[in-house]
Design a protein around this ligand. Structure first.
Ligand code: KG4
Length: 347
């Protein structure tokens, strides 16, 4: 099945063409620099920029894949949620227009499912042959979620965030340090030069991992206090203090994930099974190293997306997720498909 996929859930305008699990093209137009001066995503600006770029990314995805919409494409997939409502609407309207014009079936996809299944893209894994249940971890700007995958399409939440997502927490910490948006990648760079022992921050819910939640609000408050103490008499932070605080925040934020994950891996048996990891934060080298170590300890085979572009928001992951629905003939109705900004992946 060849699928034209579209994602406009946040601040990336993305289109891709996939065939099964193979990515034929994956075009991402990032708006991040336009939102940077606001310190986060401005929904109205995101909508306008999606409208300006949507035709361009769709055209480019088709040209780069050398596929023609009328002759080669079997279905059109689009992210319906979760995400910014007015941003999602741009992609959905485009997908509906193309579905009607070219008489192609339409498939609505949950953005988190896209991240969850992104490690299948361009891989030689056979999803049918995995030993289920499989563990899923999504760490992105909007979600921090551990899931039990009973089979593709059947998901149970094992732990989720009660406040900020991991990426959101890293972005906020970076903003407190004056590092700009998106903060995760800059924080990662600064952390490499940080003194590991200079600052101490509390690991969230330490010793209470059995609550099976993620939470970053307390850590953010503690970070704010530590920044206040580290400031020089002129109210600024030295470059070294920024590096040291970046290291400590990132370290503690990741330790929280590791501790909850370790609890889950002890409680439920996933040994000799797989763990699929996806989402923007998994582009971070340090978190990948720590997750690999933990997976090894529990005899779990860990899988990450194959290329950098597949970590962050992209449409190839939407095409890959849609493939599972398409082969079962599970299509949506073009007249009723609609945005679901607060969509959940499991009940
Ligand atoms: O998956 P994504 O592109 O968007 C959502 O679906 O939310 O994730 C974006 C998040 C941002 O919070 C960004 O700061 C974070 O991923 N991120 C990183 C890195 N690259 C992106 N966080 C830590 N280290 C990175 N290298």
């Amino acid at each position: 099945m060849k699928i034209l996929a579209i994602d406009t859930s946040c601040d990336e305008t993305a289109a891709a063409v996939t065939e099964g699990l193979n990515v034929l093209s994956n075009i991402v137009w990032s708006q991040a620099s336009a939102h940077a001066k606001f310190g986060g995503v401005m929904p109205s600006l995101a909508k306008r920029m999606h409208e300006e770029r949507i035709d361009w990314v769709v055209e480019k995805a088709l040209t780069a894949s050398r596929q023609s919409l009328s002759n080669d494409i079997d279905a059109i997939a689009v992210t319906v949620g979760p995400g910014l409502s007015i941003a999602l609407g741009v992609g959905i309207d485009k997908a509906k227009e193309l579905s009607i014009k070219y008489k192609k079936p339409i498939i609505g996809i949950n953005h988190i499912e896209g991240h969850l299944l992104s490690s299948f893209a361009n891989s030689n894994m056979d999803p049918k042959k995995l030993r289920y249940p499989v563990l899923g971890l999504v760490v992105s700007g909007g979600n921090t979620l551990l899931l039990k995958i009973n089979q593709i399409g059947s998901y149970e939440t094992l732990a989720e965030t009660t406040d900020d997502a991991l990426g959101e927490a890293l972005d906020k910490a970076a903003r407190m340090l004056g590092l700009g948006y998106p903060g995760g990648p800059v924080l990662e760079k600064m952390a490499k030069h940080g003194d590991k022992k200079k600052y101490k921050l509390p690991v969230p819910i330490v010793g209470q991992e059995k609550r099976q939640i993620f939470t970053y609000s307390g850590l953010k408050t503690a970070m704010m206090r530590e920044i206040g103490k580290a400031k020089r008499s002129d109210g600024t932070l030295s470059r070294q203090s920024i590096c040291d605080l970046s290291y400590t925040f990132q370290d503690v934020a990741f330790k929280h994930i590791e501790r909850v994950l370790d609890f889950i891996l002890n409680k439920y048996s996933f040994s000799h099974s797989n763990m699929l990891v996806g989402g923007g934060v998994s582009a971070n080298v340090e978190i990948r190293k720590r997750l690999r170590k933990l997976a090894y300890k529990h005899s779990v085979n860990i899988c990450f997306p194959k290329t950098k572009k597949l970590y962050g928001d992209n449409a190839a992951m939407i095409g890959v997720a849609a493939n599972f629905k398409a082969i079962e003939g599970n299509f949506d109705n073009v007249s009723t498909i609609d945005r679901k900004p607060g969509a959940k992946l499991s009940d």
